[in-house]
Design a protein around this ligand. Structure first.
Ligand SMILES: Cc1ncc(COP(=O)(O)O)c(C=O)c1O
Length: 458
């Protein structure tokens, strides 16, 4: 007998960020076959709304032949050439120049990576290297926040504030510190709906405790994604910027999810008119059609770094696929599509519609404690008691149940269960239209009604 795809998967795949024992016993959850716009189709022909843009990355939607053609053309011409030792090629140069145009302020020079974790690790190493080169070698500490997700490589995991990702594969790297985060109506410090001040205060405490001269940088996601889609209070990013300036630290914005139109601006920091010193990106730069990420630094930092570097010194950092020609060509075409179809504006308009619909759902459903969103990234927090906002018992796994109920009804979301909170995240492609927002809300409402029944009988 020829083994089925399912059997082969069970035998041979170690799935990332997946329940290992469930896979070992039951196999894969779903086998996807093709995609078109905001929809994915499995091997049984069942249609799903890709309500998370797969992994928050398929910004322009599925099935774009133009991107496949851009990749094919580039592969035929120059499939690969590296960027080490000052080798270069046109797609990488044109993409870096385009990014410098799109990014805020004087963010001007880019080192490419294959994804977001590598981008953040690269950012930490560049920041530490920068301070060494300018004569402040004792500045190496990095401050991130609780519930932050910066990736899974050793540096990125050390900056990540989600307990499970910190525990796996430890001990973590040295010199990373977690500050509080302004989480919804119960901030991780004061348990209330604070204005973000607790988070800034806790960053200041870490800086003062560790010694300001030893701290290199603060890293923040403009909207925390995997930590529960946490939109900070207005002005919060500006306060992080001011804190960094006060102590001479560099501000790193992790725009891996929020970049390329997701929040209704090209980059999330633009909502607060902030220019970070370092900006990391991945995901939406190619809408996931090929892997690419990168780190951008501001011009004065690049200049000072270059001027402090002795002639002949080779920067000992970079990946084989830093600036992969095919990936850069696809990124350029992807950005062209985002511009041509005005998808950043669409994300803002559809984001308002989505949030409005979620607020109506919050009124109607007894299980929705809070909703949040910015552009086309949003979340629904599930609670056992709406008045007191008391969470569900962890063993009930409310978010995982809602994820499953929505899957059965043809909507893919993300269940986020951290520190006793149950959150269902939404992040549909930037091409989503008003009718499709309605479809998402409708499936969500039907799934919530079923969850209510399950909660009543549990
Ligand atoms: C904000 C943020 N940073 C970094 C990463 C890591 O990116 P990658 O999975 O491409 O390594 C992610 C991935 O979800 C992310 O959401």
């Amino acid at each position: 007998m020829i083994p089925s795809l399912r059997e082969l998967d069970m035998r041979h795949i170690l799935h990332p960020t997946s329940p290992l024992a469930d896979h070992y016993k039951q196999g894969p959850l779903v086998t996807m076959e093709r995609g078109e716009g905001i929809y994915l189709y499995d091997t049984d022909g069942k249609r799903y709304i890709d309500g998370l843009s797969s992994l928050w990355n398929v910004n322009v939607g599925h099935g774009r032949a133009e991107l496949a053609e851009a990749a094919a053309e580039q592969m035929k011409k120059l499939a690969f050439s590296h960027a080490f030792n000052r080798f270069t090629h046109e797609p990488m140069i044109r993409l870096a120049a385009k990014l410098a145009d799109l990014m805020p302020g004087d963010l001007n020079a880019v080192m490419f990576t294959s994804g977001g974790s590598e981008a953040n690790d690269t950012a930490f190493k560049i920041v530490r290297h920068y301070f060494k080169m300018i004569g402040q070698p004792e500045r190496y500490k990095i401050i991130s926040r609780k519930r932050a997700y910066h990736g899974v490589t050793m540096g990125a995991a050390s900056a990540t504030g989600i307990p499970s990702f910190r525990q796996m594969g430890g001990p973590l790297a040295e010199g990373f510190f977690l500050a509080e985060t302004p989480y919804r109506y119960r901030c991780t410090a004061c348990a209330g709906a604070c204005d973000g001040g607790c988070s800034i205060d806790s960053m200041r405490e870490i800086i003062e405790r560790e010694g300001p001269q030893t701290v290199a940088a603060v890293i923040v996601e403009p909207v925390q994604g995997a930590g529960g889609v946490i939109v900070p209070p207005e002005g919060y990013l500006r306060r992080v910027r001011e804190l960094c300036d006060e102590y001479g630290l560099l501000m790193i914005a992790d725009e891996v999810i929020t970049g390329f139109g997701r929040t209704g601006r090209w980059f999330g920091v633009m909502h607060d008119d902030v220019v970070p010193d370092v900006l990391t990106f991945a995901k939406g730069v190619t809408s996931g059609y090929v892997p690419l990420g990168g780190v951008a630094i501001r011009e004065p930092i690049r200049r000072r770094l270059a001027e402090s570097t002795p002639d002949g010194y080779v920067l000992p950092h970079g990946f084989t696929y830093s600036g992969h020609p095919t990936c850069c060509a696809v990124a350029l075409k992807n950005i062209e599509i985002i511009e041509r179809e005005r998808l950043v504006d669409n994300a803002e308009r559809m984001g308002f519609r989505l949030l409005e619909g979620l607020r109506e759902l919050q009124e109607r459903s007894p299980l929705v404690g809070n909703v949040m969103g910015k552009g086309l990234i949003a979340s629904v927090e599930l609670v056992r008691d709406k008045e007191s906002k008391a969470p569900f018992e962890a063993s009930f796994k409310a978010a995982a149940r809602l994820f499953q109920l929505a899957m059965e009804r043809g909507l893919i979301t993300r269940a986020i269960m951290i520190d006793g909170t149950d959150i269902v995240a939404l992040c549909p492609p930037l091409v989503t239209n008003e009718k499709q927002i309605g479809e998402i809300l409708e499936v969500l409402e039907r799934s919530l009604a079923e969850l209510e029944k399950q909660a009543a009988s549990a």
